[in-house]
Design a protein around this ligand. Structure first.
Ligand code: FES
Ligand SMILES: [Fe+2]
Length: 409
């Protein structure tokens, strides 16, 4: 091609013009599907399906069928008349009516359309319109997932049954004293979350919330210096930070000098989506809340948390002193203008996009934890692709010893 060729069949080349520094010609950003897509059959979706995920708070799972969407699948969560929790695909195996409109009975849930009755394990117990109540009903099984209840949450396993791991236990949630209890939350978030009782779903990928856990420097800027102290004033000091791989996750140690002495704060992630952040009120000792950032689908997530608390304390999740307050208002009470003056986790994370354009990022030294997390995730997704068991999805994840905490010396 000679220099004068202006053929319209040639691709437009922006190189050079971009170097002038303008925004003109920037190629569209791309997100990393490998790490963010969680629907069935995707690499990360298959990886996610090797672990247990909370899908509801036990006390809220009743004989009233509830819709839940997890990993891009529409499901119905209910408790049968015998007290067993069940999680079934939403659409009836007969002809697709939603079991949301079903009726829960002693033995399971009955579809409103032709009355097929499904047990919590999906087996079809009755087909009232069929001869003999359904002589071939054993040929039909409603797609279902195993559930187990622990710590006041209902956990589901949505992967291949022959790869089902033990449901993990966490030392910090075990062996409660007589004066202690566990409190559960299905919309646990630090600053805001954009979620409410009716809308527990945050409109962006689980991954940006997970990455935020390994980002100790946003605590200094976003939560301490940018618009005032959101947690505790000690967090405004720039910490010395070290990250390391720990068990089946990444954790960091941030060290600050405070008036109470040297504070070492350890924050922990565990595959695939567990967050253990020590007390933001800087209560000393081991972190006492475990939370799960559960993908609703690739573009939405919700957060379940369990905290070990003293019965004599104010309930943790509604404690006003634990919330960031701006001019007397909590996140939920602020106007949009006040959110602009006092942005928190929700504003920072949700505006990265429902999935960020990863190709547009400029990662820096302070992002080391996030990079470690992404690399670990990618490695373990590949393990699943190659037919193996990812870290933490076997006996190695059965009992977790929590390292996170605030330690003063
Ligand atoms: S569609 Fe459910 S019983 Fe017919
Ligand atoms: Fe934060």
């Amino acid at each position: 091609m000679n220099e004068q060729d202006t053929s319209t069949t040639q691709p437009i080349r922006f190189v050079g013009k971009r170097q002038q520094g303008g925004g003109y010609g920037k190629p569209p950003g791309r997100s990393d599907d490998f790490l963010t897509q969680v629907e069935p059959g995707t690499p990360c979706g298959e990886f996610m399906r090797r672990y247990w995920h909370p899908v509801g708070v036990s006390s809220k799972v009743t004989t009233d069928p509830a819709r839940v969407r997890i990993l891009g699948e529409n499901l119905i969560l209910f408790r049968d008349g015998q007290g067993k929790a069940g999680l079934l695909h939403e659409h009836c195996a007969h002809r697709g009516t939603s079991l949301y409109y079903g009726k829960v009975e002693n033995e399971g849930i009955r579809c409103c359309y032709h009355g097929w009755l499904f047990a919590v394990d999906g087996s079809c117990v009755e087909q009232p319109c069929e001869p003999g109540g359904g002589q071939h009903r054993d040929k039909c099984r409603q797609p279902w997932y195993p559930v187990q209840e622990r710590y006041g949450l209902v956990f589901a396993y949505m992967g291949p049954l022959d790869a089902m791991p033990p449901l993990p236990q966490y030392d910090v949630l075990e062996d409660l004293g007589a004066d202690e209890e566990l409190q559960q939350e299905d919309k646990s978030f630090y600053i805001g979350g954009g979620v409410s009782q009716d809308k527990p779903v945050a409109p962006y990928s689980w991954l940006q919330n997970f990455e935020n856990v390994m980002d100790p420097f946003h605590v200094v800027i976003l939560h301490s210096r940018f618009s005032g102290v959101q947690f505790r004033e000690q967090m405004a000091a720039m910490p010395a930070v070290e990250w390391e791989q720990c068990d089946h996750g990444v954790m960091y140690r941030s060290v600050r000098q405070t008036k109470e002495g040297t504070l070492t704060r350890i924050t922990q992630t565990l595959l695939p989506n567990v967050r253990i952040v020590p007390s933001i009120e800087l209560a000393p000792g081991q972190g006492r809340e475990v939370a799960w950032l559960v993908p609703v689908d690739s573009h939405h997530h919700r957060t379940f948390g369990v905290a070990r608390v003293l019965k004599s304390e104010d309930p943790l999740y509604s404690r006003r002193s634990r919330m960031a307050v701006f001019e007397g208002k909590t996140w939920w009470e602020m106007t949009e203008d006040e959110h602009k003056r006092f942005p928190g986790d929700y504003e920072a994370q949700s505006t990265q996009g429902s999935i960020p354009a990863h190709s547009d990022e400029h990662l820096a030294t302070s992002d080391k934890g996030l990079v470690m997390l992404r690399r670990m995730l990618a490695r373990q997704i590949r393990v699943v692709q190659e037919g193996g068991t990812p870290e933490g999805a076997g006996q190695d994840g059965a009992m977790v010893s929590v390292k996170a905490g605030n330690f003063f010396e």
